[in-house]
Design a protein around this ligand. Structure first.
Ligand code: DGJ
Length: 736
């Protein structure tokens, strides 16, 4: 039956045709396990008739709508493929709202044609064109289905040939309609050092919106990620769950509207807040991608889908290697000079990491960057602190046997800077109103091509001067306040384009950076974890989750991030933020991500240094499993007194299991029961060895004992986590 589908698809590719008015067209969009089905109704309007498990007989998709009987009272029905404002008997939240050149603010979209084709990167792309019957106004709906990942990317392109500009008041990427009836939505609020705090909401009636209006540091208060259990609460291993995000480095709005039938209407896209868009004729507007997966086997499978899709198809160098590092931010803050830094290089080498990363504070002279109140924007090296410049540091690092990386925050400016004095017109600010600062700084106007050149130049100059530079940390500490662009004003472009034009301006710069420097690893950072969207991760190799490096908080935070991101993206550093946790606990937590250190290595005792060195060596042995393997969350810290998770390699021959105590109470029940492992081969036999132990420490884990995969997954293994063993890392290897 699938072959009929293929034949039909080929026909669509070869003969993209439109159906006459009233003809029934069924368009299934399928992955291995998931299908959504679009169908025209008697008025040629496109409806969503199904969202659920894929069927092996594609001919049956046309009938999926028949078995639902929602009586339709006032509204025609709420299952439009792309709900409009203005007509179509539609009272639900629109995906699009437009004002035509003649001032008419209604829209009707009828099915025009569709095509299905295989993309060069291996997905199936379905494009459906809708057209207004009165106005030359079109919307192309895109569905990119990644068969083996069960991931779908949905977006739209809006275009017209009217004689003037059409104003788009709303222009969503995606519109979905789900006929399940018991939805639990997890959204994540946050703040500085409190990123990714999950809250589960039982959606029963009305609208629930996940949104941001911050412009630049857009995830500071809300993450664009969501998890939606569709038929009651899902667990790690059971239940139906949809998970994803809007891949957009700007304001977003994900709207979940539950109707009277308990059906759920989802509209996701750029937040229309202050963003009416004047669309010129013949200049298609492409919206960001709404990315989601559906798992019928719980949250674990859903996150493995997203993690492997991100690694294989979006993240820069997702299959590649990463550099372990020593960062000086928490070790020195702004208080350093050349000698102090060179002194730290030795520590990096001694620890055994690949690179030294110089953080904030290395630049600006007239207004030296000695704290966060001055200097941003003036990217010449501070001659007092670093008289011999960055090239000297790069050479010294090389001599010490480590690579060298550097921090920048190129989109920002302190009012106390030469850049601000010279180019106040380059700054996003309301000239007639008092300036509002966030961390004493303002945002540069990336809608302006000159500013884009300047920002590109910061990166380009650094690499031109230092071809051996191995790494960049790209920070962004302020959101947009008082949004006003002098450039847009001078160009007679409406101010309501600012947010979208900024995000696209940043993307232009990153395109240029990557065209010239395609492979150098760059960390995405935003005052902690203010940026981690899939769109920016096309240009970045990893991201900074939070300035909160308290390892106990990180167990929870990394747990939440792991639903959407693979460990290879998650920069996790050992710091002195919370010294009440042992060095071992701190290293063990950082080791379940991309390991780094942000400590004064020279102050470690000999015993601690020896231990740290040994853990870095061991990490180098198993890091490939953490970075590229499959991840399984085994015991949630939200439901237990401990957290447990593991990574397994593709052949199921090697795995690493991380276990952390999360409750220090005497009554804590961390070690009462075994933890059931996942992802192993039930027929293989495995040896378990405890690693990351100080020399001479006794372990109850006997490496002589061999267990079957079946035993480990059904009965389990007890890492015996307790107040004496607060973190336990186990290496699992199959034996012949
Ligand atoms: C915020 C980042 O999250 C920190 O890691 C550090 O780079 C500071 N900025 C530097 O100002």
């Amino acid at each position: 039956m699938k072959s009929i589908n293929l034949l039909t698809n080929i026909l669509f590719i070869l003969l993209p045709f439109s159906f006459s008015f009233g003809q029934n067209v069924t368009i299934p969009i399928e992955t291995e396990n998931v299908a959504t089905v679009l169908k025209t109704n008697e008025n040629n309007r496109l409806k969503i008739i199904y969202f659920g498990k894929s069927l092996s007989n594609v001919n049956e998709y046309a009938r999926t709508g028949e078995v639902f009987h929602f009586r339709t009272g006032g509204a025609n029905s709420n299952n439009n493929a792309y709900a409009v404002a203005g007509i179509d008997n539609n009272f639900i939240e629109p995906a699009i709202s437009a004002v035509h050149v003649d001032g008419n603010n209604s829209l009707d979209l009828l099915y025009e044609s569709h095509t299905t084709s295989q993309t060069a990167d291996g997905a199936i792309l379905t494009t459906v064109t809708l057209k207004d019957p009165i106005y030359p106004f079109f919307v192309d709906l895109f569905y990119k289905a990644w068969k083996n990942k069960d991931v779908i990317e949905q977006w739209s392109v809006i275009r017209h040939t009217e004689k003037g500009d059409v104003v788009l008041n709303k222009y969503a990427s995606a519109n979905l309609y789900l006929n399940n009836k018991d939805y639990y939505l997890t959204s994540y609020n946050g703040d500085w050092a409190k990123e990714m705090q999950p809250v589960e909401t039982h959606l029963r009636q009305g609208m629930h919106t996940i949104e941001s209006r911050l412009g630049t540091r857009e995830h500071l208060l809300t993450s664009p990620n969501f998890m939606l259990s569709l038929d009651g609460k899902a667990s790690e291993t059971s239940g139906t769950v949809m998970m994803g995000q809007l891949a957009w480095n700007g304001n977003f709005a994900l709207q979940f509207e539950t109707d009277v039938f308990k059906n759920l209407h989802i509209v996701a896209g750029i937040n229309p807040y202050q963003s009416a868009y004047q669309l010129k004729p013949n200049t298609p507007f492409e919206t960001p991608h709404f990315v989601y997966t559906v798992s019928f086997e719980g949250k674990g499978k859903g996150s493995r889908n997203l993690q492997s899709w991100l690694r294989d198809h979006t993240l820069l160098d997702g299959q590649g290697d990463r550099l372990t590092l020593l960062n000086n931010w928490e070790a020195t803050y702004f208080d350093f000079d050349q000698d102090k830094l060179v002194g730290l290089f030795g520590g990096a080498k001694e620890l055994g990491v690949d690179m030294f990363l110089l953080d904030d504070g290395w630049f600006a002279n007239k207004y030296p960057r000695n704290d966060d109140r001055a200097g941003l924007g003036d990217w010449e090296v501070n001659r007092k602190k670093l008289p011999d410049g960055i090239p000297f540091l790069v050479r010294e690092a090389e001599k010490a046997g480590v690579k060298f990386g550097i921090w920048i925050e190129p989109e920002m400016v302190n009012p106390k800077s030469e850049l601000y004095e010279k180019h106040p017109d380059w700054v996003i600010r309301q000239e007639k109103r008092p300036e509002i600062y966030f961390r004493h700084q303002l945002v540069l106007d990336l809608t302006n091509p000159e500013v884009q050149d300047y920002v590109f130049g910061i990166v380009d100059n650094l690499f031109t001067e230092n071809p051996a530079l191995a790494f960049v940390k790209w920070d962004c500490n302020a959101p947009v306040f008082n949004g006003h662009s002098k450039y847009l004003e001078d160009e007679n472009i409406p101010q309501s384009h600012l947010y979208v034009a900024y995000s696209k301006g940043l993307q232009n710069v990153l395109e240029r950076v990557r065209a010239k420097y395609p492979t150098v690893p760059i960390m995405l950072c935003s005052g902690g974890g203010g940026r981690s969207d899939y769109n920016l991760l096309k240009y970045f190799t990893e991201f900074w989750l939070s300035d909160n490096t308290d390892p106990l908080e990180r167990v929870f935070m990394q747990w939440n991030y792991s639903y959407y991101y693979p460990a290879i993206t998650m920069c996790s550093h050992v710091t002195d933020w919370s010294k009440d946790k042992s060095l071992k606990y701190r290293i063990d937590v950082a080791s379940m991500g991309k390991l780094g250190f942000d400590i004064r290595a020279n102050e470690l005792s000999e015993r601690d240094m020896k231990f740290a060195q040994q853990t870095v060596r061991t990490y180098n042995d198993y890091k490939d499993i953490v970075w590229h393997g499959e991840m399984y969350r085994l015991a949630s810290p939200y439901e237990n007194d401990m957290a447990s998770l593991m990574y397994v390699n593709g052949q199921k021959t090697e795995a690493v299991m991380f276990n952390y105590l999360t409750n220090w109470r005497y009554l804590a029940e961390a070690s009462l029961r075994p933890i059931k492992l996942q992802g192993l081969d039930k027929d293989k036999r495995y040896r378990l060895t405890e690693i990351n132990l100080y020399d001479g420490t006794k372990t109850p884990v006997d490496p002589q004992k061999v267990y079957s995969g079946e035993f480990l997954m059904n009965v389990g293994f007890n890492p015996l986590v307790s107040r004496n063993r607060t973190s336990v890392v186990i290496k699992i290897e199959s034996v012949e």
